[in-house]
Design a protein around this ligand. Sequence first.
Ligand code: PLP
Length: 468
Amino acid sequence: MSPEEFRQAAHEHSEWITKYMEDVREFPVVPKVQPGDVTAQLPAAAPEYGEPIEQIFGDFQTKILPGLTLWNHPHFHAWFSNSASPPSVLAEYLTAALNVNAMLWKSSPAATELEQVTLGWLRQWLRLDAKWFGIIYDTASVSVMQAIGAAREWIAPECRTRGMQPGLTVYVSEHTHTSAEKAAITLGFGQDNVRRIQLDGQFRMRPELLEQAIQADLAAGKRPCCIVASIGSTSASAIEDVPAIADIAERYKAWLHVDAAYAGPAAIVPEMSHLLDGVERAQSFVLNPHKWLYVSMDCSVLYTTMPEVFRRASSLSAEILKTPEDGRVVNFNDYGVQLGRRFRALKLWYVMRYYGLEGIVAMLRETLRLAQVLKGLVEEDADFEVAAPVPLSLVCFRYRSSDEVNRQLLADINASGKLFLSQTVLQGKFVLRFAIGNHQTTERDIRESWQLIQRCAAELAVVQKSNA
Ligand code: PLP
């Protein structure tokens, strides 16, 4: 591709992106496709000869885009809603063009140093002290795997050379994100050595049951290794009692990892700083700028007070990777399984600088307020009920009817293409989840979305009546 051809194509792509951002509400958030529809439009083999970029871009618009669920849409409220804010999009463009690899300091010095600087800034925004060492992984799932790997190195360093030792146990709650259990499976702990501690009425791990489980394991000759506590659990955004869990971790000398993947950024807001109570006693904790800090997928930040343990768990000194600066610099690949590492710090830096602390706090605060607006709307309608506390930006609710009707309601809402919600089960009942987190979502969007939900419920009630 000649520079001229690139300039022209880049201009067209950039115009398209800008227009998309402007008109995003005109696009359906959920595609109307069936499995296989997209594949059926694409050739079975890659082209023999190169094709013009306009043709590829045209096919993107007509064949791929209609099959995409639009995560960066103000009406995307499934799972955890997130944002690729404009400064993050610009940084991704530069990152792709430069294609640098942040595996060693030497492999791209500014990429490593910017990672250290931005994670230092973020640490200050979170009011954490300087003992925390930060590293960016792709996702919280990989972060928790590295954390549990470090916990194993700390408790049973012989695993590094001899392989997995029997009886090492991991403690999660019934609502801890599945990535923790997956990590335990991947690392060889075995599902039988993962304890899923029961929840209290607010969907938080019950510390007294955690302690009982640890005592039972010790009595059976097991070795408690790692406890994963959640601040903002996936199903219901529960904030667990980290100080009480930290007491237990300290008492039994287990590693404490805190999963604040979704909720962590909210602690930047001064009146939400209590969210991180107890975190200062953990060995590691994770938050995802790609969930609620306006940074595009993917960017997960892990902080640890034990970077040396992460290093011991993962580093190997290969001749090909040795550099004259070793010993004076951080080589981030030493702290995880990945060698090649994307230059993710750039987009975090762009976002932190563009919005500043004041802007980020205002955006987070607005999202927290919108969740309370929605909660109020649900409470005002006698046909609905709020199904879990709303401490953050997730509203769990249900139509006062059977699970089957709620399932149909969710299907109807999502089939409208105008709104995308997801579901969970709380206290045995099917519940709809409405997660707010996109930087473009406004109060008007929330009110219109609620009216759509009410309309779908009313239509469903009519159909049910006529079927009765
Ligand atoms: N932890 C929590 C609380 C989550 O909600 C999620 C995903 O939604 C994860 C971890 C996993 O995040 P990731 O997609 O970055 O692996």
